[in-house]
Each structure stands twice: as structure tokens, then as C-alpha cells.
Design a protein around this ligand. Structure first.
Ligand SMILES: [Fe+2]
Length: 211
């Protein structure tokens, strides 16, 4: 029987945003490497979880061009999604470098603590690097999902999608969408900056200085 044509309305979508920003690579990599050198001195690489993590450095003034760009992009995304952003500003709650060595991976997780947007900026992406994976955040669908016709296709039925990291690429998404990294298979490490961005009201309160 021929199917009647129907209108389709897609709501409750999960969006992932990708920007090519190789212009930040050189300057950001230099600062990131400084923090990595420090991290390597403080803690040796774990053999079971071979990943190096730096301290947070969003307050480092040298990275201001990059951090301002990412914070503004996060603001633009939230506004474009329909959030009332006029009296709100975005701010960093986390920004650190991760360096994943062969066999490292990362389980699905979300970031709390008032995080609204999570971002990744890829610095070094050798062949056979981990893939960045986003997971369906709708628990009811995850629990009741049917088997997919072809898991290699990204469809409305998909429960996860993956991205192949490329150096100079910035990827952002809403923080309620869980993310993970598949196992890293290269002899060379995968390196990226991971960021959590929150939202706070712009204060109009002016407290006069006491003279
Ligand atoms: Fe994360």
C-alpha cells in the first residue's frame, strides 16, 4: 500500500557545532605545551589510563583571543537555540589540555557545576586517533530503543554519533549531551583542549565605593 505523504516536525533535536579555526593552532599549542610540561613533571603517565591532564588555564591572559572567541561562540549558539541570552554572559568553568596515549579512552559523561556548553579544540590528531562520540541524552529513548537498520548511518534512530578529530577544529555542544572518546590506537598521542562554559546574569547592581 502506498504511504500517504506526511509532514514531519523534528523537535528536541541534539545539535553539534563544528568550526574550522586553524588560526589559533600555533599560539594555543604553545601555551598548552607549557602546561603539559608542568603536568608531566608533577605526575608520571599512568600505565593503565595513559592520559596526561593539565591544570585549568582559562585565566591565562595569553590565551585571551582564543578563550574570548570560544565564549562568544557559546553565547551565540545558546541564543540561536532560543535561550534568553540578552542579560546573560558566558564564562569558563574549565579549560585544560588532555593528551591521550595509545589505548587511552574516556567513558560517557556530562559536566555539571552550571556548565551549559562543552567544547573541544583539537591540537594534534594522528591517524587512528580516538573518535569523539556524542550520546543521546534522552534516557527514555535510550531505554526503549529498537535495533537500528544500519548503525553506520546517523539517523533519528541513532543512539550515538562519532566525529573524527582534526587539528584546528573546534567542536561545541550542549552540556546535557553525554560525550566520550573511543580507544586511542595511534603510537602518537592525541592532544586537545577540553572546555566547560557556564552562563551567569550580567549584574546591573552598582555598589558605590565607600570614600
Ligand atoms: Fe568531558
Amino acid at each position: 500500500m502506498k504511504q500517504d505523504e506526511f509532514k514531519q516536525y523534528d523537535y528536541f533535536a541534539s545539535s553539534v557545532y563544528e568550526l574550522k579555526k586553524p588560526n589559533f593552532l600555533e599560539s594555543v599549542n604553545k601555551i598548552s605545551d607549557e602546561y603539559l610540561i608542568k603536568a608531566r613533571i608533577l605526575e608520571p603517565l599512568d600505565k593503565i589510563h595513559p592520559v596526561m591532564m593539565t591544570e585549568h588555564y582559562f585565566n591565562d591572559k595569553r590565551i585571551k583571543d582564543f578563550s574570548s572567541y570560544v565564549a562568544q561562540t557559546a553565547w551565540n549558539i545558546l541564543q540561536s537555540q532560543g535561550y534568553a541570552m540578552k542579560d546573560n554572559q558566558t564564562f569558563f568553568s574549565e579549560m585544560w589540555t588532555q593528551e591521550h596515549y595509545k589505548s587511552s579512552d574516556m567513558h560517557p559523561h556530562i559536566h555539571g557545576n552550571n556548565t551549559q556548553i562543552v567544547a573541544f579544540y583539537f591540537l594534534d590528531t594522528p591517524k587512528d586517533s580516538s573518535k569523539l562520540v556524542f550520546h543521546d541524552s534522552r534516557l527514555a529513548k535510550v531505554i526503549s530503543n529498537l535495533p537500528e537498520e544500519n548503525v553506520n548511518n546517523a539517523t533519528i534512530a541513532s543512539s550515538m554519533v562519532n566525529f573524527t578529530p582534526e587539528a584546528g577544529t573546534l567542536i561545541l555542544t550542549n552540556s546535557y549531551i553525554p560525550h566520550s572518546f573511543s580507544r586511542h590506537k595511534s603510537e602518537q598521542p592525541l592532544k586537545f583542549i577540553h572546555m566547560s562554559i557556564g552562563v551567569s546574569g550580567i549584574s546591573n547592581n552598582h555598589i558605590p565605593e565607600i570614600v
